[in-house]
Design a protein around this ligand. Structure first.
Ligand code: GLV
Ligand code: MG
Length: 324
């Protein structure tokens, strides 16, 4: 390991993150009873400009009055380029900060964006005498944000998670797609011709680089990487495939823009019984190997070594966190 130790953000379960528009209070009770690990009440892009003041009031009332149980509660404020943002933070945190765990900042572009919100939050927490510190979820969804993702990740002790905002990211990078997440048939290559002269199409994942880069920045700073929205909520298999590929790259969860996506996210981001059983066998085999003074052994015809212990521990610890 490096001499530099990585301080980890609080270990919260973040498999599914439900987006709920602040302008739709009729959805709040159902969200509170849902299977979501985290809920963000939205003041940003799901809320029309004229509805923002009312949405703020709805959110304040809901945070204070609804029994959210053990849900991790977040509010997505408006971007720092808008005049809504300061009032989002001041009104919501002053009037409902006690039940708020996180603030989600959209379109973070630079470390200073995070610094600005941190400063505001610090003042409000001090003024109100709050003892619990509100954490930050940061959406990486612009070219500027991706360019600065390392500095952004390290910008505040409040930082807890990075989120890949695929829709805005596509717009910001001028990607030729109007889908929200998912694969794109135009992002493909052709194989050479086979003997019969046929060529196969191989679809690629146009978001691979962005998600992988975000994961590295998040993990290097002890934060949770979380994959963002998948717009086609009738496409169960498409959602699961997108979620699995994010999980395989290291993400801890994915957004749900519809309640039907919650069970899918919780399933995909919980290690399966088979994965946990295999991880436990690896740990047992390595414990045995170490008792015999060996650093590597074969298990099921494959090499495992001390790095395998660390890989297996990730899965076993995640399963314990979910169970506990
Ligand atoms: C989320 O905010 C996105 O733009 O995808
Ligand atoms: Mg966005």
């Amino acid at each position: 390991m490096s001499f530099t130790l990585i301080e980890q953000a609080p270990a919260r379960l973040n498999r599914s993150e439900l987006a709920v528009p602040g302008s739709s209070p009729q959805l709040f009770e159902k969200a509170a009873k849902s299977a979501a690990d985290v809920i963000f009440l939205d003041l940003e892009d799901a809320v029309a400009p004229d509805d923002k003041p009312q949405a703020r009031k709805n959110i304040i009332q809901a945070l204070n009055d609804i029994d959210w149980g053990n849900k991790i509660m977040s509010v997505r404020i408006n971007g720092l380029d808008t005049h809504y943002m300061y009032r989002d933070v001041v009104d919501v945190v002053e009037q409902a900060g006690k039940r708020l765990d996180l603030i989600m900042i959209p379109k973070v572009g630079t470390a200073s964006d995070v610094y600005a919100v941190d400063m505001l939050l610090t003042q409000i927490e001090q003024a109100k005498g709050y003892t619990k510190k509100i954490g930050l979820e940061l959406i990486i969804e612009t070219a500027l944000g991706m360019q600065n993702v390392e500095a952004i990740s390290a910008a505040s002790k409040r930082n807890e998670s990075l989120h890949f905002g695929v829709a805005d990211y596509a717009a910001s990078t001028r990607a030729r797609t109007t889908n929200i997440g998912g694969a794109n048939p135009a992002y493909s290559v052709l194989t050479d011709k086979d003997e019969a002269g046929n060529r196969a199409v191989h679809w690629g994942d146009m978001w691979h680089y962005a998600i992988a880069r975000m994961v590295v920045a998040a993990r290097a700073n002890g934060l949770r990487p979380v994959d963002g929205p998948f717009g086609d909520f009738s496409d169960v298999d498409g959602y699961k495939a997108a979620a699995y590929r994010a999980a395989v790259l290291g993400c801890e969860g994915k957004w749900a823009i519809h309640p039907s996506q919650l069970a899918l996210a919780n399933e995909v981001f919980s290690p399966s019984e088979a994965e946990v059983a295999k991880a436990k066998r690896i740990l047992a085999a390595m414990a045995e190997a170490q008792r015999e003074g060996r650093g590597a052994v074969a298990l099921d015809g494959r090499l495992i070594d001390i790095a395998s212990i660390r890989q297996a521990e990730v899965l076993v610890k995640k399963a314990a966190q979910i169970a506990g």
